[in-house]
Design a protein around this ligand. Structure first.
Ligand code: CMP
Length: 139
């Protein structure tokens, strides 16, 4: 099933100059870029993206880690894109993420774990609308 997923390359990925390397992995896999842009995240956007984590011990540091900072957001399209991208990014905690995955290859910090990706069709529907208008998504 061809589907779409939302990804966000976190500020660390941008400041460390990893954007090209990471996007290249998805292109090499065969995923199509349907939308792509560099964005400075407003605090309310961060709070909306991570609303599901409100009240958790790491919530405030998570919000602070992206608010006012630059991220690259994209929509990727392909067969089972949500599952494929989640496998490619690896476990949430980079310590546990397998070598060969993006989180496994590029860092150690769980808050700045390089990349976020939607984990379900519902989260894709919710998350991509925070960053993209319909006109920005191309067939
Ligand atoms: P992300 O995929 O962006 O979705 C939610 C984020 O919360 C996650 O990546 C981590 O950066 C962060 N996170 C999840 N669990 C923890 C935790 N136990 N401690 C700190 N941060 C966490």
């Amino acid at each position: 099933m061809v589907e779409r997923t939302f990804i966000m390359l976190k500020p660390t990925a941008v400041s460390r100059g990893l954007v090209g390397s990471i996007i290249s992995r998805f292109e090499s896999k065969g995923l199509r870029i349907a939308a792509l842009k560099l964005v400075r995240v407003r605090r309310e956007m961060a709070e909306k993206l991570y609303a599901v984590h409100f009240g958790k011990p790491f919530y405030q540091s998570l919000i602070d880690s992206i608010s006012g900072r630059d991220v690259v957001v994209a929509i990727l399209e392909g067969r089972s894109a949500i599952e494929v991208v989640r496998l490619m990014i690896g476990a949430t905690d980079p310590v546990k993420a397998s070598p060969g995955t993006i989180r496994g290859d590029y860092g150690l910090d769980i808050t700045n774990n390089i990349i976020h990706a939607s984990d379900s069709p519902d989260s894709y529907e919710y998350e991509h609308k925070i960053f993209f208008s319909p006109e920005e998504i191309l067939d």
